[in-house]
Write a protein that binds this ligand. Sequence first.
Ligand SMILES: CSCCC(=O)C(=O)COP(=O)(O)O
Ligand SMILES: [Mg+2]
Length: 231
Amino acid sequence: MDPMSNPTVRAIVTDIEGTTTDINFVHKVLFPYAYAKLPDFLRENAEAPAVSEQIDAVRDVIQDADATLEAVIATLLHWIDTDQKVTPLKALQGMVWADGYQRGDFTGHLYADVAPALRQWQASGVALYVYSSGSVQAQKLLFGYSDEGDLTPLFSGYFDTHIGHKREAVAYQRIVEALDLPAESILFLSDVVEELDAAKQAGMQTLQLVREGTQAGTAHACVDSFADIAL
Ligand SMILES: CSCCC(=O)C(=O)COP(=O)(O)O
Ligand SMILES: [Mg+2]
């Protein structure tokens, strides 16, 4: 079966970083913004329920229920520095980025081929979903304040690390269950071979996006643009 031209695709699940969006936007705009703003955001909002829940979740991860707020902040900054996909970090990053998008400090980067393809696929009846390590809030912000305007009406749903980690097949099995479609009718798009391997193990079709700077693997069909994916 050739997923580049496959009429059996009923849903597409797409990764963000390196697939719809330049890795540099995530690493050189979003992560530094969170690194700069997170400490004061936490000091000012530590008592807000949504924030204190995430601070406690960090304490759980580091197994130190008594960690001070400053120790939690230091942990979060280390996680940003080392690009760790830890769920409470991702939730807090989403909260901080909301301010940046709303103030117009940046817009969500999308490769030029992405929005036209998403519109065409959605218009032809293919349901569109996002699966990213970024929180659902962060995903909605990126597509809601994208270079191409608000694209959130195109999507039927969003998945983040609450469903599981992106290199584990069980996460994709849960997505298949949530979509209530045969696994083989769902196409997963990503730049990362380990994610594609996990999706394939769950029975999904896979396609690797080989954007500038991405290393092509051998186990998955590859394209370098969404324009080359014909459904
Ligand atoms: C949702 S935009 C921010 C992306 C992010 O925080 C991240 O860690 C990228 O993860 P992905 O799974 O899209 O590679
Ligand atoms: Mg990616």
